[in-house]
Design a protein around this ligand. Structure first.
Ligand SMILES: Nc1ncnc2c1ncn2[C@@H]1O[C@H](COP(=O)(O)OP(=O)(O)OP(=O)(O)O)[C@@H](O)[C@H]1O
Ligand SMILES: [Mg+2]
Length: 365
């Protein structure tokens, strides 16, 4: 039997999400207003009990084991929880460090080259822990108003429109700020106080309103450069992060490319129909391009994201030759394109040659 919301009569098996999303109330505040109204149906409570899950006024909680750590999570359904991706390979090394930071309420900075899986790692950990995520990109002119909020007129009334940070803080979400090395320094300053021990946010814009973080709130940022600016030439628009800002992160994790075996697994799981032998050679070629990058022979890099796109295009178009052009070479500077093409020729020349012969045969017909 379903239960009814004491405020509006909505019926369902659990009201945690409903009171939060519809009435903007915590379960505790709802209890104050409707002291006898249950928050979960008897059926749901029985189900939760049978599955070792606790239903409390603060939410439906369960201990989830991730990387050998017991992490208490809130199972209340929330549309802001990222969708789980079964083909995503949760990296044991980095994943354990990141999950530990999330578990212990630490602010976390993930640093690494583009496309190695920084943002998706956070999302996939959140998906496994049923943790909502508010995600935003810091580069491209993110303003203080976007971050903290601003006064606007709604239906003829002047109201304060909270920015994504106070919203994540109230909701108990992971606030994932991508490309933090692209954030305006003046905007980064707004985060300083929050990142201190027992930090909170003072919204001067809204009459110095104090926002205390919900226990589920976490701050996670990603960046391509270690905050010392961009010396590779790859990441234009990045800034030197203020030392005081960098120092406030409890954890900084450097994330490199996946090892060859794992990357092959990721590509084959993510792109059904992509041949095992081709995948292996593609990974081998990627390692050679990355080595060329380290030796300053090219300025481009080859991310897992690019490799997945090359694999997808190969399956879609039927030839590696076309896939390479569409998913990689066309976006490179002429000098990088020539060197990269040559590396591909060296490692995957047999496949490319076979395709050329087949093409010549087809056009002859
Ligand atoms: N471990 C992995 N398992 C499965 N897919 C992965 C993995 N790592 C990366 N990918 C793939 O690579 C793509 C890029 O990952 P993501 O966007 O997280 O990279 P990023 O490091 O945040 O890049 P950027 O610095 O450009 O923001 C993802 O869409 C995903 O398809
Ligand atoms: Mg990212």
């Amino acid at each position: 039997m379903k239960i009814f919301c004491g405020l509006c009569g909505y019926s369902g098996h659990e009201l945690f999400t409903h009171v939060r999303n519809v009435h903007n109330l915590t379960p505790e505040l709802y209890r104050e207003r409707c002291p006898v109204a249950p928050l979960a149906s008897e059926e749901l409570i029985r189900y939760l009990h049978d599955n070792n899950v606790q239903a409390t006024p603060a939410g439906i909680k369960k201990q989830v084991t991730l990387f050998g750590m017991q992490i208490m999570t809130d199972l209340t359904p929330d549309p802001a929880v990222p969708a789980g991706n079964e083909s995503y390979l949760l990296r044991q090394d980095i994943g354990r460090l990141a999950a530990a930071a999330v578990k212990d309420s630490e602010s976390l900075l993930l640093v690494g080259p583009t496309g190695v899986g920084k943002s998706t790692l956070v999302e996939q950990i959140a998906a496994r822990l049923n943790w909502p995520v508010v995600r935003v990109a810091a580069s491209g002119g993110l303003t203080e108003a976007d971050l903290l909020g601003e006064w606007t007129v709604r239906d003829g009334e002047t109201v304060f429109n909270y920015g994504f940070l106070p919203r994540a803080m109230k909701q108990g979400a992971i606030c994932l700020i991508d490309e933090i090395d692209g954030l305006e320094p003046s905007v980064a300053f707004s985060l300083h106080q929050l990142m201190e021990e027992n930090g909170r946010l003072v919204l001067l814009q809204n009459g110095a309103e104090i926002i205390e973080p919900h226990p589920g709130f976490r701050l996670v940022c990603t960046a391509n450069t270690l905050g010392h600016g961009d010396d590779s030439g790859l990441y234009t628009g990045t800034r030197v992060l203020n030392a005081a800002f960098l120092d406030r992160f409890n954890s900084v994790i450097e994330m490199g490319h996946l090892d060859e075996k794992s990357e092959e697994k990721v590509i084959r799981a993510g792109v059904p129909g992509f041949k095992k032998k081709t995948a292996r050679k593609l990974i081998e070629t990627a390692s050679a391009v990355r080595k060329a990058r380290e030796n300053d022979q090219v300025f481009c890099t080859l991310s897992t994201r690019r490799l997945i796109d090359i694999a997808r295009k190969t399956v879609q178009l039927g030839t590696l030759t076309e896939a390479l052009d569409a998913a990689l070479l066309a976006r490179l500077a002429p000098e990088d394109r020539a060197v990269t093409r040559e590396i591909f020729q060296r490692h995957m020349g047999d496949i490319l040659q076979k395709e050329r012969e087949e093409h010549a045969h087809e056009t002859k017909k």
